[in-house]
Design a protein around this ligand. Structure first.
Ligand code: E4P
Length: 218
């Protein structure tokens, strides 16, 4: 399973990268705005800075919503670095744009996926990744995990190469359940990644080991 971090915060990206477990980064316009990154030049520079930290897979989202502009924007983003994966929403022009960019060898991440039909279209268009949003489905009373399970089954039935990138992950159990379901990738905030470390028996056990070691020194 690949681990992506879902943030535009450079310190958090560096922290996850330093752990040696990071496979990529996902951003979106809201995450960029949260870091105060606005304006085309600043946004492109910020993607460049992210690419300098990680080894691959930096999702950069288009703002355009019509086919031609999406393709042009996608090409501009892809030129920043080979690590860029162009993130495109699942709308009709988005599907066309994914097909066109895929034909040119540019990787894409089809975002805002909330049902299996959308994910089938994205895979047919050749998206490298699809991003089903678990947490947002849970928020409205649906079960996000069921969608992940459905996608694993459907993509397996037809050997689609598109990778399932579970997104909108809010807590550790989401991540573990996605791993059990067979999602290819999970993108999550840093606190979910570091939260996987936590267990009181680990903390107590380590405290006791160190105390016993120190006793032996006296
Ligand atoms: C995915 O690529 C999105 O950036 C993200 O996971 C959305 O998460 P949210 O629902 O917590 O905003």
């Amino acid at each position: 399973m690949k681990f992506f971090i879902d943030t535009a915060n450079l310190d958090e990206i560096r922290e996850a990268q330093d752990m040696g477990i990071l496979d990529g980064v996902t951003t979106n316009p809201s995450l960029m705005a949260k870091e105060g990154i606005t304006g085309e030049k600043n946004i492109l520079d910020h993607y460049k800075a992210i690419c300098e930290i990680v080894d691959d897979n930096v999702s950069a989202e288009v703002i355009a919503t019509d086919y031609k502009k999406m393709v042009d924007e996608g090409k501009t983003l892809a030129k920043i670095d080979d690590k860029i994966v162009v993130k495109i929403p699942i709308i009709k022009d988005g599907v066309k744009a994914i097909s066109a960019l895929t034909a040119e060898g540019i990787r894409t991440n089809c975002t805002l996926i909330f049902n299996a039909g959308q994910a089938i279209l994205a895979a047919k268009a050749g998206a490298s990744y699809v991003s089903p949003f678990l947490g947002r489905l849970d928020d409205m009373g649906s079960e996000g995990l069921v969608l992940i399970e459905q996608l694993v089954q459907i993509y397996d039935n037809y050997a689609f190469e598109t990778e399932i990138l579970a997104a909108s992950i809010r807590h550790n159990m989401h991540l573990i359940q996605c791993a059990e379901a067979g999602a290819d990738v999970a993108t999550c905030p840093l606190k979910v990644i570091t939260g996987l470390l936590n267990h009181p028996l680990t903390e107590n056990g380590l405290e006791k080991f160190l105390a016993d070691y120190n006793k032996g020194k006296n």
